[in-house]
Design a protein around this ligand. Structure first.
Ligand code: MG
Length: 375
């Protein structure tokens, strides 16, 4: 029988929330729920160690799991896990931090296998950065990188042995940051198994930004009417591509209504302000500006937020000119500007059935959505 102890007794102070961070939502699901659904098929029993204040809320999250219960934590992590261990019925126990919601079935299975084979299994990754030991701001030693690992959870042990270690630590009044430390101190050096980079711990507020974010943008430009002193050009610009047109769009810049809608979609997905804020048309700098240059600047702003486009979808409403012969070139142009494959860029063009300002050939409207992902 296998018991999973899920530690959820933190206060979330470093994450900057007023409450326990594992109750915060991530893509519409509480952080704790991710671990519950990962462990549920593999553990016979799940014990969530939590603070008294969070118990009611956590018990609600446990309702889909009849094999799960809460245990009140203590003042320290050591005390909290000890409280959970005393209730564990399984002969194997897996201790996991609820703040690591991306734990996978493979990690949990590898952990169980390691315990069955070696009596212990600590999830760890080889260090990719050089780590050093330091005191008073000065390096005291530099361990060889190949012998340095960063330790994650879950960490699995034979329940009896881990409980014995905790009992002794409790008597001694010793505090440890994790179970591998306590086990190594009182029992023996535990075995490692390889974890996954994605199994990361949510610590800071930015860790809670959803991995994918969608944005929407729309823009309309009017055509010059009869006798409005239009410039003597015979094209409009859409997606950086010059398209032959009898009617010309009015604009402060090059009038690339498609790129304007797209930029607003990208900025909106990143939670930034709109293009009017970054490129005010009162600024002479942007008179006649090439919108593709502004798009480059928007991409810099989006990247600075740690985000990059995953795909974009654009719908053009225009009664004139005929756009279908130019769609492929627009896709190529955007593919380069957004650093996306062409199959991640959708461009649809349609008329408005002669209805409204689009139908009367008074202007063009473009709608755009952009999906951004964390980089
Ligand atoms: Mg515009």
């Amino acid at each position: 029988m296998i018991t999973a102890i899920i530690c959820a007794a933190g206060k979330g102070e470093r994450a900057g929330f007023n409450r326990n961070k594992v109750l915060e939502e991530l893509n519409g699901l509480s952080v704790l729920s991710y671990s519950l659904s990962a462990f549920s098929p593999l553990a016979d029993e799940m014990i969530v160690v939590c603070r008294k204040e969070d118990k009611v809320e956590i018990q609600k999250l446990l309702s889909p799991y009849p094999n799960a219960k809460t245990v009140t934590g203590g003042a320290t992590r050591t005390e909290s896990v000890y409280n959970g261990l005393k209730e564990a019925k399984g002969e194997i126990v897996l201790v996991h931090d609820a703040a690591r919601p991306f734990v996978t079935e493979k990690i949990i299975n590898d952990c169980i296998e390691s315990v069955k084979k070696y009596g212990s299994g600590v999830c760890a990754l080889p260090a990719t950065d050089t780590t050093v030991l330091a005191e008073n701001g000065k390096i005291t030693s530099v361990p060889a990188r190949k012998s340095v690992y960063t330790v994650q959870t879950p960490q699995g042990f034979l329940t009896k042995k881990l409980l014995a270690a905790y009992e002794q630590a409790f008597i001694d009044g010793n505090e440890f940051t994790d179970d591998s430390g306590i086990y190594a101190h009182y029992i023996e050096n535990p075995y490692l198994f390889t974890g996954e980079r994605t199994n990361k711990k949510l610590t800071y507020p930015e860790d809670f930004v959803p991995a994918e974010r969608v944005g929407f943008g729309v823009d309309t430009h009017a055509f010059y009417g009869e006798g409005e002193g239009r410039p003597f050009i015979n094209f409009i610009t859409l997606g950086g591509v010059k398209i032959p047109s009898d009617k010309i769009l009015k604009a402060h810049s090059d009038g690339d209504v498609l790129v304007h809608a797209l930029m607003d979609a990208l900025l909106s997905a990143a939670g930034l302000r709109d293009i009017g804020y970054y490129f005010p048309d009162t600024d002479p700098k942007y008179k006649g500006a090439f919108s593709m240059d502004m798009l480059e600047e928007v991409m810099r702003l989006v990247r600075a937020e740690g985000l990059a486009p995953k795909n974009v979808s654009i719908a053009i409403l225009a009664e004139t000119p005929r756009l279908s012969p130019h769609i492929e070139r627009i896709k190529q142009s955007l593919s380069e500007a957004l650093n996306l494959p062409e199959n991640a860029i959708g461009v649809a063009a349609g008329t408005n059935e002669r209805l409204g300002y689009v139908g009367e050939k008074k202007g063009i409207t473009v709608y755009a959505t952009a999906l951004l992902q964390k980089i």
